[in-house]
Design a protein around this ligand. Structure first.
Ligand code: ATP
Length: 140
């Protein structure tokens, strides 16, 4: 059975997560405040909607607590990222994954309840180094 995911923030990071999950047969709801981003994401998600994840009522009306996992892929607006994670956990979402721009941002996300904090640039750098050090360097 397909899992239900919501991806909040449809920039390059959020959209690539949405697309990979959607391509693998999962149910994916894309959410962004920006109408253009929502339109662009249509082929890469089951549904996409315009909503502000810092608005508790908007999250409730989406029925966000029914999703198995919610990914907060907002980066530059640190306040929006932190507030979104806080609201999602308060509304009872079991698994919240959030993108952090730096160490301090990551620490705050953990404090407000993020279950998994991702540092895209740092994590990708480590992955590239691992690939280079791997005996099977053709495997990328
Ligand atoms: P990326 O690095 O993934 O390409 P980006 O450079 O566009 O992202 P970010 O600030 O990380 O910039 O924003 C990612 C997306 O999050 C944007 O499309 C933005 O419109 C969306 N976003 C920002 N704030 C909110 C919010 N409160 N609710 C929903 N979406 C939001």
């Amino acid at each position: 059975m397909a899992n239900q995911y919501a991806v909040i923030g449809l920039g390059r990071f959020g959209l690539s997560i949405a697309y990979k999950l959607f391509e693998s047969g999962q149910e994916v709801l894309g959410v962004d405040v920006n109408e253009e981003r929502v339109e662009e994401s249509q082929p890469y998600a089951t549904h996409s909607i315009i909503a502000d994840s810092t608005d508790a009522d908007a999250l409730k009306s989406i029925g966000i607590r029914n999703f198995d996992t919610v990914i907060v892929a907002i980066g530059n607006d640190i306040q929006a990222s932190i507030l979104s994670v806080l609201l999602l956990k308060e509304l009872g979402v079991k698994k919240v994954i959030a993108k952090a721009l730096n160490k301090l941002h990551g620490q705050v996300l953990k404090k407000v309840g993020a279950d998994w904090v991702v540092f895209p640039e740092r994590d990708m750098g480590i992955r590239v180094a691992h690939q280079l050090l791997s005996p099977n360097v053709l495997n990328f």
